[in-house]
Write a protein of this length. Structure first.
Length: 160
């Protein structure tokens, strides 16, 4: 009888230890997130040469992985996730952190905080905020528009 009680207590302690270890992730963050709009100095933009949803789109998984999903069909951009480890975790109520680690060791890890506000994830960088909404599928972006914008930037640069 003592062995059964000792085994049961050991199992309970082990389960408590295991459940206390590892990051707790809120399921409301699992899935695909795409920019709906951004504000710069208080002015709202849905397009900046391209829809902002083409520029900011991420998939957050339940195991803490982050994948950046580009709308641009370009081998260099599509491979942006290679040699990078991107993870996310809850840091407090309604806040998550995304950490990007360069596996080659060329750059220091970088972190970005996102706040959950009104069913959106908001990236706040100084006077710029990006508002991402959860989507079932990423929006289709016209490839001709993307190519046109890319050509314009390459040929003429960006002037302020």
């Amino acid at each position: 009888m003592r062995k059964i009680i000792a085994f049961t207590l050991s199992a309970i302690v082990l389960l408590c230890c295991l459940s206390g270890c590892g990051a707790k992730r809120d399921p409301k963050y699992y899935g695909k997130w795409e920019a709906d709009y951004m504000t710069i100095d208080g002015k709202k933009y849905e397009d900046i040469m391209l829809p902002v949803g083409a520029l900011f789109r991420f998939e957050l998984t339940d195991d803490g992985k982050v994948t950046w999903k580009s709308a641009v069909d370009n081998a260099i951009i599509q491979n942006a996730n290679e040699d990078k480890d991107m993870i996310w975790k809850n840091i407090e109520d309604n806040r998550i952190e995304i950490k990007v680690t360069d596996l080659s060791g060329k750059t220091e890890p970088q972190t970005m905080e996102l706040e959950y506000i009104d069913d959106a994830l908001v990236i706040d960088m100084d006077s710029t905020q990006v508002h991402l909404v959860k989507v079932d599928e990423f929006s289709e972006i016209d490839p001709y528009l993307i190519n046109s914008v890319g050509s314009a930037i390459q040929n003429f640069g960006i002037k302020e």
